[in-house]
Each structure stands twice: as structure tokens, then as C-alpha cells.
Design a protein around this ligand. Structure first.
Ligand SMILES: Nc1nc2c(ncn2[C@@H]2O[C@H](COP(=O)(O)OP(=O)(O)OP(=O)(O)O)[C@@H](O)[C@H]2O)c(=O)[nH]1
Ligand SMILES: [Mg+2]
Length: 228
């Protein structure tokens, strides 16, 4: 559930783009920024190093217009994908309403994708969120590359459960970027029917329980066995 402000009649969703380093998270936001009408977007804040790796996070505020008398706003954020920046990833997930997992489709990146999925699971859990209930969209990025694995193989290796919303993308060309955003917004909106009936302030994002990834389930089982 988003943050609801009944006085100003505003609803804010925070959507976090998560995934391995160099997978294309920042590229997604850059393409959204480039494609959106100027009146729709605030300024994009990108905190990156000289080599364009995200150092802290990127933030892009967007207005989506009116729904049932409430203005819908989005904060789109990315996490830094480099493994050592875990504290920042955890921080960026504070108050998250929906996650886009930007997977890198290349065979050589399978382990990095799995590591990042595991890290997402742990960090959502650390925020007291059930990873299986947070709105999630899988984006299979870099579909343009010859080294990209066929989709069924990728799905199997990442153990994506059938029914999980997914989009194929070539983000640097803008392909699949808007569709990914639409899909995660739809998922997020389904956690809130009528804004006027929502409690004021923030409530945690929850969808009816579903398995997002068999891999995540394995991680959960391993960690509960470990703590038993
Ligand atoms: N071929 C190809 N390159 C892409 C695609 N999407 C992004 N890239 C390139 O991949 C590189 C990394 O993209 P970023 O968006 O910076 O990746 P990131 O996930 O934000 O990386 P970190 O900030 O390090 O976590 C850039 O050179 C992009 O131009 C794609 O679909 N296909
Ligand atoms: Mg980045």
C-alpha cells in the first residue's frame, strides 16, 4: 500500500528497480525520463561514479494523473548493484511499494542474478516485508544481445514461478521500459482499490500470497532450517 495524503488528495508509490550490477536499472529510469512528457516528470537525480556505476541511488519522481479524485505520484528509485553496497540497497528499500527486478539475460550473469534475488529476499525480510507479497515484476533485460539466453531457459534457471508478471526488454533502446513501468504500476494499484478508503500515511505493500521464485523459497527454507 502506498502513502496516502487525504488532505492534499495524493497517493505516492515508491517503486524500486533492483538487480545485479550493470543489468540496466539506471538505463530504465533514463529512458522513462527521456520518453515522459516534461510536465509529468520531476528532475532525475542520479548519484553515480565516473564510470557511471550507481554509487547511492537514482530517483525519478513522476506524476501519473488523477484516480478517483486523488493525484497518483511515483518515486522511481534504483539501487546500486555492486555487491559491496548492500547497506545502501537496504536503505533504498525503506517504504518500498513495488519492485522491478531487472535481470541480465546473459548466460554469464546467471549467478549474479541469483545472488541479487537472494539479496532482495533478505533485504525485504529485514524490513519486515514478506517477499512473496510485495508487488514484483521481472524484467528480462538485454534481449538484444547474442549472448542472451532463450526466455524459457532463463525462467527455469531463475526459477520464476509461472504467473509472475514479466517483460522482455532492451532498455538501452527503450524497448520494454514503458511496459515494465505499466505492469508494476498495475500490480501496485491492485493493493489499493479506493484511495479514499485507505488509512492516512503509509501502510505496508501486500498482495495475496504468491510464490515469486522457487529460488526465493529455497532461500527461505534454508534460512529457517538454519535458525531452527
Ligand atoms: N546491449 C544492451 N546494453 C544495455 C541494455 N540495458 C542497459 N545496457 C547497458 O548496460 C550498461 C549498464 O547499465 P546501467 O543502467 O548503468 O546498469 P545498472 O543496473 O544501473 O548498474 P549499477 O548502477 O552498477 O547497479 C550501460 O552501458 C547500458 O547502456 C540492454 O538492454 N542491452
Ligand atoms: Mg545504476
Amino acid at each position: 500500500m502506498p502513502s496516502v495524503d487525504h488532505i492534499n488528495k495524493e497517493v505516492l508509490f515508491k517503486i524500486v528497480y533492483y538487480g545485479p550490477g550493470l543489468g540496466g536499472k539506471t538505463t530504465n529510469l533514463e529512458q522513462i525520463y527521456a520518453q515522459a512528457a516534461p510536465e509529468q516528470c520531476g528532475t532525475m537525480l542520479a548519484l553515480c561514479s565516473d564510470s557511471e556505476r550507481t554509487l547511492f541511488f537514482d530517483l525519478l519522481p513522476i506524476g501519473l494523473g488523477c484516480y478517483r479524485g486523488y493525484t497518483i505520484r511515483l518515486h522511481l528509485c534504483t539501487v546500486p548493484g555492486q555487491v559491496f553496497q548492500d547497506q545502501i540497497r537496504k536503505l533504498v528499500l525503506t517504504g518500498v511499494d513495488g519492485v522491478v527486478f531487472v535481470a541480465d539475460s546473459q548466460e554469464a550473469m546467471i549467478d549474479s542474478n541469483l545472488l541479487s534475488l537472494e539479496n532482495l529476499y533478505e533485504n525485504l525480510s529485514a524490513h519486515g516485508l514478506d517477499p512473496e507479497c510485495v508487488p514484483l515484476v521481472f524484467q528480462y533485460n538485454k534481449r538484444d544481445l547474442d549472448t542472451a539466453l532463450p526466455l524459457p531457459v532463463l525462467r527455469r534457471l531463475l526459477e520464476v514461478v509461472p504467473g509472475t508478471p514479466e517483460v522482455e526488454a532492451a532498455a538501452h533502446e527503450g524497448i520494454g521500459v514503458a511496459e515494465t513501468l505499466k505492469t508494476i504500476v498495475r500490480e501496485c494499484m491492485s493493493t489499493m482499490r479506493d484511495p479514499a478508503r485507505c488509512a492516512a500515511g503509509r501502510s505496508p505493500a501486500i498482495l495475496p500470497k504468491r510464490r515469486t521464485s522457487g529460488f526465493m523459497r529455497a532461500v527461505a527454507e534454508a534460512s529457517s532450517a538454519h535458525s531452527a
